[in-house]
Design a protein around this ligand. Structure first.
Ligand code: UFG
Length: 318
């Protein structure tokens, strides 16, 4: 199989591109390097520095069988301040990509959606039939594409799966292989906690008065390698004329304090913290039901929180 990976110079895209190559697939990466890194594109992948809105008509020349689509803006806070960037890049850009796929006869797509599509859910764990009420332009932009994919599947016979990620952490490390999180602006808990433990500079804990067992937010962390495995399975599971939505999470929640304790154990030094008020837009708890991904993809995450943190730590150490 020959697969186009958009955003293959980014965190999750580079891991999926590497896993696809390891599985024997041919990989073409498109990334405009607005947030990605050229040296994160795995060796062996064909790389084109290009925006997803500019693939017509070249996509036809690349002769791909399927698309895995990651290229997107992905900061919730930024999306609230500058929603135009998210509507233009994530929505208009993706519709252009879908239309280039139609024009060149590419019928399979796996899309990087998000738990942010659900907003503040009434029930945990969150199942795919929960109402989608995003609380940020980022979540709204992901939901817009989920809806577009349903229409394109019905009307044009697209074979599509949207994977709604919960909290992705960890890295792909081993035998000369290193793919992980390198965001210019790092907002995520695990890399920030690793850096705080390493440098001794306190990191913020946003909110200690949530209605959770220890007062900090509870999230469902998933290892990026398990997440990548689900993409490879989804590429095989897509069906012509059908769009499915699947949650990717572990089904287990960990509080911010539990994560910080685990980081302390892995690094061998406590994480210094600075307790701060709640961060705008953070729901108290987000935990996935992964039953549907289990039944459609035969997928089950295999790596627990400490393994994500240990792999992220190995990556951070360079
Ligand atoms: N947190 C801190 N201090 C930090 C960073 C994070 O206390 O320095 C807390 C947050 O307040 C939150 C938890 O750690 O309670 C996790 O925060 P992250 O920023 O790591 O992840 P989010 O849960 O906010 O975001 C993730 C994805 C988003 C997606 C969202 C869905 O990164 O892309 O889940 O709600 F939109």
């Amino acid at each position: 199989m020959r697969v186009l990976v958009t955003g293959g110079a980014g965190y999750i895209g580079s891991v999926v591109a590497a896993q696809l190559l390891a599985s024997g697939a041919e990989v073409v990466v498109v990334d405009d390097l607005s947030t990605g890194h050229a040296d994160a594109v795995p060796p062996g992948a064909e790389f084109h520095e290009r925006n997803i809105a500019e693939l017509d008509p070249v996509l036809g020349d690349w002769r791909v069988d399927a698309v895995v689509h990651f290229a997107a803006k992905s900061l919730v806070g930024e999306s609230t301040e500058n929603p135009a960037l998210y509507w233009r890049n994530n929505v208009i850009g993706t519709v252009a990509l879908l239309d280039s796929m139609r024009a060149s006869g590419v019928e399979r797509i796996v899309f990087s959606s998000s738990a942010a599509t659900y907003g503040i859910a009434e029930h945990q764990p969150i199942t795919e039939d929960a109402p989608a009420r995003p609380t940020s332009a980022y979540g709204a932009s992901k939901l817009a594409i989920d809806l577009a994919l349903a229409d394109y599947a019905r009307a044009y016979g697209l074979a599509a799966i949207s994977l709604r990620y919960f909290n992705v952490a960890g890295a792909l490390v081993g035998d000369g292989v290193r793919f992980g999180e390198r965001h210019a602006t790092e907002t995520h808990l695990v890399p920030n906690a690793l850096r705080a433990a390493a440098t001794g500079t306190p990191m913020p804990v946003f909110g200690t008065d949530y209605p959770t067992p220890d007062g900090t937010c509870v999230r469902d962390y998933i290892h990026v390698v398990d997440l990548a495995d689900a993409h490879l399975r989804a590429l095989e599971a897509v069906e012509t004329g059908r769009h499915r939505v699947l949650n990717l999470g572990s089904g287990l929640g960990h509080s911010v304090r539990e994560v910080l304790d685990a980081v302390g154990r892995v690094v061998g030094r406590d994480v210094p913290v600075d307790e701060q008020p709640r961060r705008a837009g953070d729901p108290a708890t987000l935990v996935a039901s992964n039953a549907e991904a289990g039944s459609v993809l035969g997928w089950r995450p295999a790596r627990a929180l400490e393994s994500m943190i240990a792999d992220a730590w190995e990556f951070e150490q360079g």
